[in-house]
Design a protein around this ligand. Structure first.
Ligand SMILES: NC(=O)c1ccc[n+]([C@@H]2O[C@H](COP(=O)([O-])OP(=O)(O)OC[C@H]3O[C@@H](n4cnc5c(N)ncnc54)[C@H](O)[C@@H]3O)[C@@H](O)[C@H]2O)c1
Length: 350
């Protein structure tokens, strides 16, 4: 199987988890020995088939460094679970644009090195897929990298809550260029949104009438700080709309992020509250906390998306690819119930 050549935009915590994950699963060939990864093989591709061939950032502690070193540089605080050998991929400097928010300014050290010609670097590296892992709220920068991706003839995966795959103009541009597009806002592997929807669906199936529910979370990565400053409202809308699809009727639903707690580091605590009625109008409630580490929560889903987008490239598909978007993103062009999205993805892969 030929490799899948990807470029990473934003060598932050998610990138760290992705790069470490490729290394972690490299030698595992047997499903029985594979823990924590949803699909060891997908469409015939193994995680080791994913080759990072280019990377871009703006922080002086990452730019000019080998990717294997940059993924562990501060302010990244995703846990180190594996040693990553030098890979010969130097992190290039991209334009800053709106990549740094007011709240994260004190944590990011912008590099003085000259900016690379991103489209040229992408072409020379042979990258087929660009993975956008910029901070939440980097709207201009995300759009700029999407246009560089088009210029270089690469598919684009938008893990951020900026609307690109769900923007009809962008979807059309990728369609016209004959390139696949996937987004927006990646779903976590063990995420609050998925758990919330699953719980609500289970309760509905058991005949419970949900009256009100909320899900709020706090985290300690720079991403949580960015969310607090720039994308709190967008995140709230995206998550709330997604959670509502689990209910076959109207109820009071709020799902969003609340705050940044620095000592949590890359951890995230999500709090769930569900209230409803069951037999003869008897009240019930659930009060729950989910504790996870943020960056690894993106790894398994990203590996599925990369392999699925490669399949889309092989099939010469273009524009926003619904089966991938609905399966792996919180804000796809069309929101589908979990099981429908899963079914569509499986049909697409096989
Ligand atoms: N589980 C998850 O972590 C998860 C889930 C869903 C979505 N996401 C999304 O993935 C994205 C990345 O999350 P993260 O935790 O890795 O964020 P992060 O803040 O750790 O990393 C962002 C990186 O982008 C770099 N950057 C900023 N501006 C840049 C520019 N103009 N050009 C190149 N690089 C630039 C920063 O220096 C940093 O290294 C976020 O948008 C987040 O919402 C993450």
């Amino acid at each position: 199987m030929p490799g899948i050549k990807v470029a990473i935009v934003g060598v932050g915590n998610c990138a760290s988890a992705l790069v470490q994950g490729i290394q972690y699963y490299r030698k595992i060939e047997d499903n029985k020995e594979c823990t924590g990864l949803r699909n060891l093989f997908l469409g015939g591709f193994h995680p080791k088939d994913v080759q990072v061939v280019a990377a871009f950032d703006i922080d002086s502690r990452k730019v000019g460094k080998d990717l294997s070193e940059a993924v562990f540089a501060p302010p990244n605080n995703a846990p180190k679970v594996v040693n990553v050998p030098a890979c010969g991929v130097t992190v290039h400097k991209g334009p800053v644009l709106d990549g740094v928010g007011d709240y994260t300014r004190r944590m990011v050290q912008v590099s003085n090195l000259p900016e690379a010609n991103v489209a040229d670097v992408l072409k020379e590296s042979g990258a087929e897929i660009v993975i956008n892992l910029l901070p939440s709220g980097a709207v201009k920068a995300s759009e700029w990298y999407a246009s560089q991706s088009l210029k270089a003839g690469c598919a684009f995966v938008n893990a951020t809550p900026v609307f690109i795959a769900t923007n009809t103009d962008w979807a059309k541009r990728f369609e016209d260029a004959g390139l696949p597009l996937a987004g927006d806002d990646l779903i976590d592997q063990v995420g609050a949104t998925t758990l919330h929807k699953t719980l609500l669906r289970l309760l509905c199936e058991r005949g419970v009438r949900i009256t009100e529910t909320y899900q709020l979370d706090v985290g300690g990565g720079t991403e949580s700080l960015d969310t607090l400053e720039r994308t709190r409202e967008v995140k709230r809308t995206v998550k709330t709309e997604s959670v509502k699809t689990a209910l076959p009727y109207e109820a009071q639903v709020v799902a969003g992020s609340t705050d940044y707690v620095d000592f949590l580091q890359n951890r995230r605590d999500s709090f769930f509250w569900i209230r409803g009625w069951y037999f003869c109008g008897t009240p019930m409630q659930i009060d729950l906390r989910l504790s996870t580490v943020d960056a690894p929560n993106a790894g398994s889903v990203l590996l599925d998306v990369i392999r699925a987008v490669k399949i889309a490239l092989n099939r010469k598909l273009s524009g926003a690819i619904l089966p991938i978007c609905a399966y792996a993103f919180k804000h796809p062009p069309q929101l589908l119930p979990l099981e429908k999205a899963e079914e569509l993805f499986r049909e697409f892969i096989y």
